[in-house]
Write a protein that binds this ligand. Structure first.
Ligand code: SF4
Length: 424
């Protein structure tokens, strides 16, 4: 992974604490990241305390399951218990709602399944319909837009990431239900990497009319730890609060997850859904074949001795580069690829908590993976609250608006040269 160094007053990105993207971030992007630190949320909460009731904003924090698992490992709790105590800590500071991006991920998984079926069916007429490359990782998107531009973009799924799906839910559905304008809500996402700050700042996620971003601020798991330290709070000593169930993937008071790896389970859910819908096969368990290394794996479905589906997961830039080269040479055998910039995926993101002095990175990652996987997996197709929202919310806004709320687009960027050599 190429590393980027720059200093900023608030969010400091160092060689050890880097972006997963190709590293050639512009100075404008470095400013966007520096503007997004935990100090911002403290400032908004302070202002709220001083403002009159009509001038206060509703503060919403959406926490990713990967960040929860990272904090759970540090404080020796289950992921759900961490969610409850984090809810209590944040509400104690003046946050109004604490949601779970596991809930918005259900939308991302369902849309990805749908988009893949559409692409599969037009693969003969449209040569760039497949492979469908996932889009939830902004490190990968940043690299694709800057390095491979128009060639690669048609292959990338247009489905929004869980962070930006939650942006739609909060600034559209929730705002309307509460009788608020999007500007009256300050929406914070807690994520495992710095790249998510760049994603939130994309013009595609800016609401022109309301002059508001769908996600106003992104802070990393590590920045949540800094908030706890600043407030002199030890998370496992905080009294637990009930979870905010409105936008949380929850059952019986416990947070649920999705099957598949720690990066969201895109490969798993698109594979099982397609196998059932197109080939009538119920796949209960996926068999991953490791190819060049553990970050490059393949899953296939055979029917009558013929491979009918060939999916892969490709993590880390070395593997991504190999994939892109294969695509350029017309030699990629895949229908679908889950692409993530960080080696080992999102649980190992650059914004996650660092190992303690007596811990190795490997041991910590294994612990975070265990905690993440300990949550019961739910099936996106079975989530009746999400299917109700598809009907009540999206049918009301009309097809074009529904497309804007659930999908996005990408833009080729002219190559920038900063004279640094990229080495992966
Ligand atoms: S793999 Fe995950 S943690 Fe790493 S840059 Fe991508 S989205 Fe962020």
């Amino acid at each position: 992974m190429f590393l980027s160094t720059f200093s900023a007053i608030k969010a400091k990105i160092t060689l050890n604490d880097c972006l997963a993207c190709s590293g050639c971030i512009t100075s404008a992007e470095s400013v966007l990241i520096a503007q997004q630190s935990q100090e911002e949320i403290f400032k908004v909460l302070r202002n709220n305390k001083l403002a009159s009731a009509t001038d206060q904003v509703v503060v919403v924090v959406s926490v990713s399951p990967q960040s929860r698992a990272s904090l759970a490992a540090r404080f020796g709790m289950s992921s759900s218990e961490t969610g409850r105590r984090l809810t209590s800590f944040l509400k104690g500071l003046g946050v109004h709602h604490v949601f779970d991006t596991g809930f918005s991920r259900t939308f991302s998984l369902l849309e990805s399944q749908q988009e893949f079926l559409e692409r599969f069916q037009r693969k003969e007429q449209d040569k760039s319909a497949l492979p469908m490359l996932t889009s939830a990782c902004p490190g990968w998107i940043c690299y694709a837009e800057k390095t491979h531009g128009e060639f690669i973009l048609p292959y990338i799924s247009t489905t929004r990431s869980p962070q930006q799906m939650m942006g739609s839910l909060v600034k559209d559905y929730f705002a309307e239900a509460q009788g608020l304008s999007p500007r009256q809500i300050f929406h914070v996402a807690v994520m495992p990497c710095y790249d998510k700050k760049l994603e939130a700042s994309r013009p595609d996620f800016y609401l022109e009319e309301a002059e508001s971003r769908e996600v106003d601020l992104v802070i990393t798991s590590g920045e949540v730890l800094s908030m706890l330290e600043q407030e002199k709070v030890i998370l496992n000593e905080v009294k637990a609060a009930p979870l905010d169930e409105l936008f949380s993937n929850v059952n019986g008071g416990e947070l649920l997850s999705h099957a598949g790896g720690g990066s969201g389970g895109y490969l798993h859910h698109v594979f099982t859904h397609t196998a059932k819908q197109l080939f009538g096969e119920e796949v209960k368990e996926l068999t991953y074949k490791t190819l060049k290394n553990k970050d490059f794996q393949e899953v296939t479905l055979e029917k009558d001795g013929v491979v009918v589906l060939r999916f892969a997961s490709t993590y880390g830039f070395r593997n991504i580069q190999n994939l892109v080269q294969k695509l350029k040479r017309g030699k990629s055998p895949y229908h679908f690829v889950e692409v993530m910039a960080c080696p080992s995926g999102c649980l190992n993101g650059g914004g996650q908590l660092k190992p303690l002095p007596d811990q190795t990175s490997k041991d910590l990652l294994q612990q975070v993976e265990r905690l993440y996987k300990a949550e019961t997996a739910s099936l996106p197709e079975d989530d009746t609250r999400v299917s109700d929202l598809y009907h009540s919310w999206l049918h009301n806004v009309g097809a074009e608006r529904a497309r804007q709320l659930l999908r996005t687009q990408y833009h080729g960027v002219e190559k920038i040269s900063n004279g640094l050599i990229i080495k992966w």
